[in-house]
Design a protein around this ligand. Sequence first.
Ligand code: FAD
Length: 485
Amino acid sequence: MAKVVVLGAGISGHTAATYLKRYLGKSHEIVMVSPNSNYQWIPSNIWVGVGLMTPDQVKFKLAPVYKKLGIEYIQAKAVAIHPEGDSQSDKGYVSVEYVTGENTGKIENITYDYLVNATGPKLNFAATEGLGPDYHSYSVCTYDHAAHAWEGLQEALKKLEKGEKQTFLIGTGHAMATCQGAAFEYALNIAFEIGKRKLSDLAEIVWISNEYEMGDFGMGGAYVKRNGYITPTKIFTESILKEYGINWIKRAGVYKVEKGKAYYENLKGEHHTVDFDFAMLIPGFAGAGMKAYDKSGADISDKVFAANGMMKVDADYTPKPYEEWKASDWPSIYQSGAYENVYAAGIAFAPPHPMSKPMESPNGTKIFPTPPRTGMPSGVIGKIVAENIAHQIKTGKKDHPHKASMARMGAACIVSAGYGIRKGQAAVMTVNPIVPDWEKYPKWGRNLHDTVGVVGTAGHWMKLFMHYMFLYKAKAKPFWWMIPE
Ligand SMILES: Cc1cc2nc3c(=O)[nH]c(=O)nc-3n(C[C@H](O)[C@H](O)[C@H](O)COP(=O)(O)OP(=O)(O)OC[C@H]3O[C@@H](n4cnc5c(N)ncnc54)[C@H](O)[C@@H]3O)c2cc1C
C-alpha cells in the first residue's frame, strides 16, 4: 500500500487529493494536511466583499467530504519536510503542527511515499508597513477578510448616503504583488454597487497598480480578439476602467499604509502619497514558509525552495535576461528538482521567471507584478500531478505521461463587474497559452484564435454558474469528476 500526503486543501491540493483517491481507491492511502477546516471557493470572495454573498455561501466543511471519500484529514499545518528521512529510517516524512483542539502546537511526523505540496500563497502583509486587515487596509483574499472588507465598505457607503465624499483605493499593496485580476474585479464591483445606489458623484475610485501598463495582469499583457479587432489588454482594461469611472495610478510600488494614506514609489523613483477613506490592497505573496532538512538534519531549504519560499520544480531557473526567456523554461510535471517523489502544485511551485518585463526605479526598487497562478491552471496542475503519481504507483514506472505546462495550456478568467441576472456584467478573457510563447507565435505571443476578450451579461451568468458548479465538484457530489477544472 502506497501513502500519498497532500499539503493544502485549496483549489490545487483538494483537486489532487480527490483525484488521487478516485484513481487509487481503497488499496492506497491518501492523507490531507491543511490548517483550515473549510474549503473556500476563493473567486467568490469578491462577492462577499460587496455583501452579495455570505462567507457560508463560499465555504464548506472539509472533514465530511474527506470521510465520504476515504481520505484521511489532519487539521494541521506543515512546518518542515524531511525528504531523506532521518537516522532511524530512509523514508521521507513531513512535520506538521496541529492548529486546533487539545493538540494545538503539537508536532507530528507523517511519513509518505509521495508528497504533494499545494500550500498556496502566504499572504505577506508584513512586507508592506501598515498593510492588511490588522492595520489600515482591507483584503478579500480569504472569506474572513472579505466579510471584514464588507463591514468597512458599508461604513463608507453610509457616509456617501449622508452626502460625504469618499475615496476608494483598490489595487496592489506591494511593488511585486500579483493577483491584479482579483483587485480589478473588486474595484469594478464597488463601482457597480455605488452606481446602483446612485452615489457615483460623491465617490472617487482609484485603481493603484504595480503594472507598467493597465491590463498587464502579471502575464505581460496580451493581445485579444474583441469584436473582430485585435486589441491590446491595455486598451481593453483602460476602456473598462473609464466606463466605470475609475481613475488609475500605474507603475506604483506601495511600501507603507497609514490610516487614510498610502505611500508609493513609482518607476521614475518619485515618492508620492494617495489619500483614501477605504482601501483594499492585495499583499505580496510568498511560499508557506516550510523548511527542508536532509538525513543528517542539516537545513537544505535553499536546495528545495526558491528565495520566496516556493518550491523549485522541473523548470529552468538559470538566471537569464528578459530577451532570453523561453516558454520551455516553464515546468510541465511539477516534480521537485531535488526529490523525485515530491511535487508542488498550484501557487506552491516557484515560477522560473516573471511573465511581465522586470522594471526597476532609479532607486533600485523592483516594481512589476510576479506571475499569477489562477484557479484553472492550479486545478489542472493538481489533476495531472495526481494522474502521474497514480500512474507510477499502479505501474511501478517512473515516467510522467501527463503534462501541463502553463506555456502550453490556455486559461479563462472571468472578472465580474456587477451582480444581477439582468444587470450583471463580466469581462471574460481567455488566453492561450498563459505564458507567452514568442517562438511559436512570433507576432502576438499567443494563439489569437483562443485569446479573446468580451464584456457582457452572459459573462456574469457564467461566473455565477461556475460558483455553483465548482462548489458542487469540490464537495465530490455525484459525477464530480466529469466537471473540468
Ligand atoms: C480574491 C481572489 C479572487 C480570485 N478570483 C479568481 C478568479 O476569478 N478566477 C481564477 O481563476 N482565479 C482567481 N483567484 C486565484 C485563485 O484563487 C488561485 O489561483 C487558487 O486559489 C490557487 O490555488 P492553490 O491551491 O495553489 O492555493 P489556495 O487555493 O490558496 O490553497 C492553499 C491551501 O493550502 C493551505 N495551507 C497554507 N499553508 C499550509 C501549510 N503550511 N500546510 C498545509 N496547508 C497549508 C491553505 O489553508 C489552503 O487551504 C482569485 C484569488 C483571490 C485572492
